[in-house]
Design a protein around this ligand. Sequence first.
Ligand SMILES: C[S@@+](CC[C@H](N)C(=O)[O-])C[C@H]1O[C@@H](n2cnc3c(N)ncnc32)[C@H](O)[C@@H]1O
Length: 278
Amino acid sequence: MLSYRHSFHAGSFADVLKHIVLIEILQHLLKKDKAIHYIDTHAGAGLFDLDSEHSTKLKEFETGINRVKEVDWPELMTYFEIIRSFNGPRKPDYYPGSPMIALRLLRDHDRAWFYELHSTDSRLLSENVAHDRRVKVMSSDGFDGLLSLLPPVSKRALIVIDPAYEIKSDYAEVVHTLRDAHRKFTTGTYALWYPVIERERIERLVRALEATKIPNIQRFELCVRPDSLNDGMTGAGMIVINPPWTLMATMHVLLPRLVAVLGQEPGADYKADTIAAE
Ligand SMILES: C[S@@+](CC[C@H](N)C(=O)[O-])C[C@H]1O[C@@H](n2cnc3c(N)ncnc32)[C@H](O)[C@@H]1O
């Protein structure tokens, strides 16, 4: 039984990092006319009301999107335009999830598959994308679903894997899924989100990915507080397989700025490195 609801965490610093990387990758893929497939294995509800009971309980958006929305970095122009497109001049404030962000960028001939296992969020997501003929919402397991879709006919795809890791087996499952998916579809771009709660767990995740021998893997991580075993989620990262060639340089510009704006304590830091060479 799943209890995680992303509505408690929407717009957090972790979402900011995730969605910036997502947009950077999609914008690069969309430079070519040929259709792409966008597959979101853990899609969430798609759109979040930041004035809702859930969001205002933890107010994670206050140390996330609210802190960055005042900056005027040209690299984030598209991100802010997308957020603005969901909001009118008055409250409530809405924050889009990964499916709605992707749909704002995808073209008529692109296709999207959204997997969401939680029945309420799956229903909300279906309502949010109703009438969009590019999309299929699946209320089933995203790990299995992904493997059933590969390789995509278009041979061009972005796969986003964004589990909540409330089930600890997710740490192993993401590696097995990436290994199997990459065997079926070697040239796809894969973006895996992870939380930094326990550094040793992330080191194990990285070692397990290295052991798959998948080449061309980069990591982008933002830590708003120093690593700690008893301070909850102190950071979050995105691991990208077959990243756009521009991504590392862009993130080297953005991550230090994000640390300056989103860092919560001395010792806030970032990583932008290569886990496996091309
Ligand atoms: C971190 S949230 C997703 C947030 C979303 N990607 C975004 O950026 O807006 C993870 C979601 O995965 C769903 N979920 C958990 N296990 C799943 C599975 N095996 N297959 C599909 N969805 C799952 C949860 O219900 C939750 O809504």
